[in-house]
Design a protein around this ligand. Structure first.
Ligand code: UDP
Length: 414
């Protein structure tokens, strides 16, 4: 069963003051010509992770602009999501023995959902979990787009060899960056569109008074002392262990420092529990190390509070499709120290927003520097906010997607 995710229409008017005039005009023009177009966004989870975050806002805006936009998720049991998490890891380069049984499980769930995909003009399928649906849905009249959010530049050969023929049946593929395209992929059309954050979502909107600090204090964190924060799923690619090692090095020089790891349990990520258990062990051994999840009430608004209260945000990722959490922190004027990987360098450069690092030692050194030079840290963060304002706010993403839909449909009707 495909689940329909309820979405509130989001009026574009609120966003207009943030937009350069030509961008606003282009969005209105494209939306007018796409009024009534039936667009389906299809992914694997309505909660946790960047894709869910994006779709909630994007679909709301598309609806309010007059498109018949819908968001649906595929269902599946834990065994299916174990397979898709393995596929995700393999596509990001982890060697993987992808067995016949796993392939069958993956294809069976994809086939079961395909029958429900009638009546759309455009179907945008996100990431590998539902990618084979297009194969089973048959030719129909819809235009199909595969939107890949992960770094597939050096995928495991077995896994990619399995998935590639299914991807190549799409009319177009969208990657965050050109570097992410697997070497042997052949598509009729490819586009490169980075994600963006919604400045008015509960995750990112301005908060009144000292609500952020008082909320964080309620979780037991001492808001008078420096706070490092990593907001990321409990996923080995996000390197929570590396974040803890970094914090421990920083603590030798700055004993007052605290670390909060905030990680939601995404519906399609069974691996998260294993990683969480390993980290929760360290959490018990150190009073200044906090591990929070959505299961103890850290939802979007609380993440907003943590990001606004943090002294430095850490994103110690080893692989990263984009890393929305980086732009989220920069938007709030907080400096970020982050792995020089995937989409992160699009958002952040040394001295503009924070620092790029590859090792725990470098990360610790940069954090210590920022903690000891608060004025410079504020200037660096302000420069990062300007980058986000210009390139990584939702209307730019909306414009890019509407452009793509418009041009694909024009081609289809030509
Ligand atoms: N996130 C959250 N709560 C958490 C952990 C993550 O709301 O406990 C959000 C985070 O703020 C960001 C998204 O999940 O909006 C993660 O997106 P990102 O692109 O950083 O990574 P992904 O999970 O898609 O790999």
């Amino acid at each position: 069963m495909l689940n329909r995710v309820p979405v509130q229409p989001k009026p574009i008017d609120r966003y207009l003051p943030l937009l350069e005039e030509p961008l606003g005009q282009e969005i209105s023009r494209l939306a007018a010509s796409l009024r009534g177009t039936r667009v389906l966004q299809l992914n694997a989870t309505s909660y946790g992770g960047g894709v869910a975050e994006l779709l909630l806002s994007l679909v709301g805006l598309e609806q309010s602009l007059g498109l018949a936009a819908e968001w649906r998720t595929i269902g599946g049991d834990e065994a299916f999501f174990s397979v898709t998490k393995q596929l995700h890891n393999a596509l990001q380069g982890r060697p993987s023995p992808f067995t016949e049984e796993q392939k069958t499980r993956y294809l069976t769930v994809n086939r079961q959902h395909a029958a429900e995909l009638d009546g759309y003009d455009v179907v945008i399928v996100h990431d590998p979990q539902p990618a084979a649906i297009r194969h089973y849905a048959g030719r129909g009249h819809a235009t199909w787009v595969w939107r890949c959010h992960i770094d597939t530049s050096a995928p495991d050969e077995t896994a990619w060899g399995f998935l590639r023929p299914y991807v190549e049946e799409y009319d177009a593929a969208v990657f965050t960056m050109a570097q992410f395209v697997p070497p042997d992929l052949t598509m009729p059309r490819m586009e490169f569109i980075p994600p963006a954050i919604d400045p008015f979502s509960s995750k990112n909107r301005e908060l009144p008074g000292d609500l952020a600090r008082s909320t964080v204090a309620e979780f037991g964190v001492d808001v008078e002392r420096p706070l490092l924060l990593q907001v990321a799923r409990f996923d080995p690619w996000k390197d929570p262990k590396g974040a803890i090692d970094t914090y421990q090095l920083v603590k030798r020089e700055v004993p007052a420092v605290q670390l909060a790891l905030v990680g939601s349990m995404a519906g399609d990520d069974p691996e998260a529990w294993e990683v969480f258990r390993a980290i929760a062990h360290d959490d018990r051994a150190d009073r200044d190390l906090y591990v929070f999840t959505n299961l103890v009430g850290v939802g979007s608004l609380e993440v907003n509070c943590f990001q606004r209260t943090a002294t430095v945000v850490l994103q110690k990722s080893l692989r990263e499709g984009f890393g929305l959490a980086v732009s989220e922190a920069l938007w709030k004027g907080v400096p970020v120290v982050a792995g020089a990987t995937g989409g992160i360098p699009l958002q952040l450069q040394d001295g503009v927003g924070g620092f790029l690092i590859t090792t725990v030692e470098q990360a610790a050194q940069r954090i210590i520097y920022l903690l000891r030079h608060p004025q410079e840290a504020a200037q660096i963060a302000a420069a990062g906010r300007r980058v986000v304002t210009e390139h990584f706010l939702l209307p730019r993403l909306l414009r890019d997607e509407l452009r793509l839909i418009h041009s694909l449909l024009e081609g289809a009707h030509a």
